[in-house]
Design a protein around this ligand. Sequence first.
Ligand code: PHE
Length: 343
Amino acid sequence: MITADQIQALINHGRTALASTETVEQFEQLRDHYFGRKQGELVKILRSIQHLDNVEHKRQLGALANNAKQELQQLFSAWQNQHHHASTTLVPDVTLPGIWPTVGHVHPLRQLQEELVDIFYAMGFMVMEGNELENELYCFEYLNIPPHHPARDLQDTFYVSGDDQGVKRVLRTHTSNMQVRLMQQYTPPLRAVVPGRAFRNEAIDASHEHTFYQMEGFVVDENISLGNLTYFLKTAMSRVLQSDVQVRLRPGYFPYVEPGFEADCSCTHCAGQGCAVCKYTGWVEMLGCGLIHPTVFASAGYEPGKYTGFAFGMGLMRLAMLKYNIDDIRLFMGGDFRFIDQF
Ligand code: PHE
């Protein structure tokens, strides 16, 4: 019958044997001797404990055997750690195929953003990224959206604790926050684009994300008209979508423009004939735009009536979805290389 002394002896033997073990072969033999699944010493002991009749005996010896197992495992892994370097003197097989280093690349949204920025830069626009953490004034008030105006409900806002000199802080809900900031800094004529992230408390689905990419663009000068707006939109869209795009304006409400529009592009997938991408209308909704509201100029401190201008704000994700025929917005931020590596 197995005894506590025998179990202790097993540990002692293991320790002595390991101390004089030098090669990996010896080590592996010893390991099989103790831990072998069928004939290993530990298995034998556990098996004979299982067959004991005396329950109390069984419990005590079982605990001892488990301790012994743990102790031996520690001794064996200590040996391995100590001899690791010495034991890995394997000669490399130079005929095996090499491991390709993973080379990253620019994210498709960033690629698109850079492409758009280049297009506008070439047309004389300056480029500013601007604040993501904003205060309510620049995000709303200065843009003609007063605190209790229902228009605030159009954008579900993330408020951030703390304040900016007494004004509540928010994550910008649109890149329009940079309109007045830039107008305050520069005197017209002014042409600017603001690419960057914006944040809204959205319920996420195939076409809504809480963090999304926009590009704002605006021009302030004397005698700016809707003709100028459509020219720039048509030119930029045609360049980025690499086809001769038509632009159509539909009335749309944004408190900081008057008149305000939703602009659609003719569908590049079916050349306006009607397909799944454009939901068989021939047009794809692209952006919000309009002529800058006098209140916005007043917020910037411009002389009343002196300047006119247009502004537009487009969703880069939506544009990317149209350009690359992607049907789920969540793919952009999903981190799945099978998607990302296609670009
Ligand atoms: N800020 C608007 C949005 O996020 C877009 C817009 C920008 C509309 C500029 C008009 C003028 O939806």
